[in-house]
Each structure stands twice: as structure tokens, then as C-alpha cells.
Write a protein of this length. Structure first.
Length: 320
């Protein structure tokens, strides 16, 4: 009698966790790279991992998944996927717990979202952003009377247009920034989205910033991203929405106005309407026509607060 055997393929616990919680995929990958001793655990089958209950529990705790999903629900989810059962992607609204929106500075900068900051070239938007993260690094109130009293915050600033050593650092020093709280791109580094989204996640893991400014967002999109296409732009920056929420980091996406001065302000933001549709707040910068040195920052669109304040800035100093 001939006996035939065949190898049954199974998904590893990590593969099933990635399928169940795709927004945690990058975080789990980075954690395993930093802690390779967990590889043997997550490469086990789901059944074997569930048998060793404490191993799965410890892993989910270490990567922070247990902060979002109860352990019993994790076991149910990965067990269902392992058995080939379809997961329900909806549940009754009664099972969701309402949450208050956290703020960096009410009502101008909400926490954990995408924000567009747009204006004319040379209109002062980059200087305003640098001034904001400089104040944040010292723990100073932001945006005048509308501010609370924040703790010192860490920020990341990517610039495609200004020299780190000749412009960005001198400007931050003039603004009195705590330079240890602000992280800049190394010379020669030109990340592109969405291709380098894993690098963004690594930066978030390593620095835990409250603010992450990208100046200008168009310059950091991949060559295959058509910035006039709504769907392409959403492909390019869409994952930032998940990362902003997961790490409670506010991404400030700096953009230019187009040259059509006849359009209303929101329609003058360069590129697709996704640049203002996907972010939950839009801040616009324009020179005060009645002043040679003053610039006005207005909260044009605000999904989280009824107030849309304006702020007046006076830009002084040398050519830096």
C-alpha cells in the first residue's frame, strides 16, 4: 500500500495579524527588526501561538496592539482568518466609544490629523511653520490668546527648498528653538511618498513627534504621483492619515498657491483638491495688502471646531 503525504501550507501568526490589523503592519515589522528574538514566536502557526497563550499576549502588548483591541477580540479575529472565515467589517455604532478631539492649540491645530498650510510662494508660510515648531520646542503657547499652556514638543521638519545648515538651522536659532527637539532631514536625503512610508514610520517610532511638517508636500511625492489627480494624491498621502491617528502626530503639509488669482482661496491650493479634501484643517497664508511686512494666517477650513480665527505676523530679520 502506498501512502501519500502532502505539506499543508499555513499562514504564520504575523501574516494573520497583518491581515487583521493592516494599520499595525509597519509597526510590527519595525518592532521585530529591533527585537529579532520575537521572530520564532510570530512565525509559528496561529494554532501553536494560541496554545502558547502568554507568547501572543506578550507580543501584542509589546507592539501596542492591546491598547486598541482587547486580547479576547484579537484571538477571535486571528482565529477566524486562520480558519478562512470572512470578517465583518462593520459593527453597531453602540459598540464604539466616543472620544474627544485632542488639540495642540485650540482651535487652530488639532492633534493626530493632516493639516494643509498653503499660500503664495515667498509669502511666509515656511517661516510661520518654523516659528510654530520653535515655540513648540520651548513649550510656549501657540497662536496667542487661543492657546493653552503646552509642554515642550518634539517636531520633524522636511524641506525640499531650503538648506539645512544655511537656512533652516539659522532660522530656528533666531526663533529661539530648542534644537534638540527638532529633527531635520540629513543632507542628500530625498524620501518619496508613498514609497518611503516605512521610513516615515521609523521616524515616528524613534522621535515620537507632535508635529511633522513637510515643505512642500508636492516635492516629496513619488515621480508616478500625478498631483492633479485626486485618486493619485490620495494614494500618495493617504497612509499619513493612519499614521497621524496611530501616533497622534499632526502632519503639516505645506503647499503653494497656483497663479489663478480669480479663484476662491481654497481652489488656489496647487494640485488636486485632495490636498484640501483629505486634511481635516486648511490654513492659508497671504500678505496683508495694507502692510509691507505683515502676513495673515487664517484657519480657512476646520473640521473639528466652529471657530476660524485669523492671526497677524510681522516678518522681520535678514535674508535667512
Amino acid at each position: 500500500m502506498n501512502v501519500y503525504t502532502r505539506q499543508v501550507e499555513f499562514k504564520s501568526t504575523l501574516e494573520v495579524l497583518n491581515e487583521a490589523y493592516p494599520h499595525f503592519k509597519l509597526k510590527m515589522k519595525i518592532f521585530i527588526e529591533k527585537n529579532p528574538e520575537w521572530i520564532n514566536v510570530v512565525e509559528m502557526s496561529v494554532m501553536d501561538c494560541l496554545i502558547q497563550d502568554s507568547a501572543l499576549l506578550d507580543f501584542c502588548t509589546q507592539v501596542g496592539l492591546l491598547d486598541e483591541v482587547p486580547y479576547e477580540k484579537i484571538c477571535q479575529d486571528i482565529g477566524a482568518i486562520d480558519r478562512g472565515e470572512k470578517q465583518l467589517i462593520v459593527k453597531p455604532a453602540s459598540e464604539f466609544t466616543p472620544e474627544d478631539q485632542d488639540w495642540i492649540s485650540y482651535p487652530t491645530l488639532a492633534k493626530g490629523i493632516l493639516v494643509t498650510l498653503a499660500g503664495e510662494p515667498k509669502g511666509g508660510k515656511s517661516l510661520i511653520c518654523l516659528d510654530t515648531i520653535a515655540k513648540a520646542s520651548r513649550g510656549e503657547p501657540l497662536f496667542g490668546k487661543y492657546s493653552d499652556d503646552p509642554e515642550p514638543m518634539t517636531s520633524v521638519y522636511w524641506s525640499s527648498e531650503d538648506s539645512v545648515t544655511r537656512q533652516l538651522v539659522p532660522r530656528l536659532m533666531k526663533a529661539g528653538a530648542d534644537l534638540n527637539k527638532i529633527h531635520l532631514l540629513k543632507k542628500g536625503m530625498s524620501p518619496r511618498l508613498p514609497n518611503d512610508i516605512e521610513e516615515v514610520t521609523r521616524i515616528l517610532e524613534d522621535t515620537r513627534p507632535t508635529l511633522f511638517a513637510i515643505d512642500t508636500i508636492n516635492s516629496f511625492l513619488g515621480a508616478d504621483i500625478d498631483t492633479s489627480s485626486d485618486s493619485k494624491v490620495r494614494d500618495g498621502i493617504g497612509e499619513l492619515v493612519n499614521l497621524a491617528d496611530q501616533y497622534q502626530t499632526t502632519f503639516i503639509l505645506i503647499n503653494h498657491f497656483n497663479k489663478d488669482g480669480k479663484k476662491k482661496l481654497a481652489d488656489r491650493v496647487m494640485g488636486s483638491k485632495a490636498f484640501t479634501g483629505l486634511p481635516r484643517q486648511t490654513l492659508l497664508v497671504a500678505k496683508d495688502p495694507d502692510s509691507k511686512s505683515e502676513t495673515i494666517l487664517t484657519v480657512y477650513y476646520n473640521n473639528y471646531a466652529p471657530e476660524n480665527p485669523n492671526y497677524r505676523y510681522e516678518i522681520t530679520g535678514g535674508p535667512n
